[in-house]
Design a protein around this ligand. Structure first.
Ligand code: ZN
Length: 238
């Protein structure tokens, strides 16, 4: 490592979900060196962390030209977040919308913390680009997914580290149907197959039911978005 962030190198915030999976493929198509980071924040459903490992393994096996660019996977222990947050993603509380319009799956400041940790890894590994699957088009209203939040964060991180980092959000202005289409454009049917089989979005952690659009309970907001997006993409494609 030289201490100079490489513009052709990226760190993807990869949760194992469909959005960050597409971001990973996008980074592998666009940059020469790509690493991944995942966060263990005491998720209620450990399945997410298992799915991300499986997805990475299958990606390496089925896409040798991407595997050649794909470096180490970093997993950060942030289980302390559970001690200071009360949210349905971490505790056993049922999923509901709060009075402020946000779902109780909102973990306050989660993306701010994730990017702070990611920036520390990127600094050490000379990775200039931080890639995240945040999106303002089909989303639950989380304020830390907004474009303005991430632009401000990019400035704060670059100043605080005295290194120019760039936050890339390729999904920011596209809907879930377009996210499926982008995945297909990047990796074809084989990559869509990996997303369907290995990516996990369901808030309920349900992997018992396989639908046309992948695994999930089918009724939580994440499943609804994923299902509607997949069906719209298929309808547009046919
Ligand atoms: Zn679900």
């Amino acid at each position: 490592m030289t201490g100079v962030p490489s513009p052709d190198a990226a760190l993807v915030l990869f949760s194992g979900g469909q959005d960050s999976g597409v971001c990973l493929a996008w980074a592998l198509e666009n940059f020469a060196r790509v690493e991944t980071v995942g966060f263990d924040y005491g998720q209620r459903h450990r399945i997410e962390l298992e799915c991300r490992r499986t997805l990475l393994e299958n990606l390496r096996a089925r896409f040798p030209h991407w595997a050649a660019k794909l470096g180490p996977d970093h997993v950060v222990d942030m289980t302390g977040l559970g001690a200071i947050s009360q949210t349905s993603l971490i505790s056993e509380a049922a999923f509901v919308y709060e009075k402020n319009g946000l779902p109780n799956s909102f973990v306050p400041g989660r993306n701010l913390l994730f990017f702070g940790y990611a920036a520390a890894i990127a600094y050490r590994r000379d990775l200039k680009r931080l890639v995240g699957g945040m999106c303002e088009t089909d989303y639950s209203g989380y304020p830390d997914c907004r474009d303005d939040t991430l632009k401000a964060l990019q400035v704060a991180l670059s100043l605080g580290l005295d290194k120019r980092l760039v936050i890339e959000t390729p999904l920011m202005w596209i809907d879930k149907a377009a996210t499926w289409a982008l995945g297909h454009k990047l990796g074809g049917a084989a990559f869509v197959d990996i997303l369907l089989e290995d990516s996990h979005s369901c808030y309920a952690g349900d992997r018992t039911k396989r639908h046309a659009w992948g695994y999930g309970c089918g009724v939580c907001p994440a499943c609804e978005l994923r299902k509607a997006g997949f069906e719209k993409w298929r309808a547009n494609a046919s």
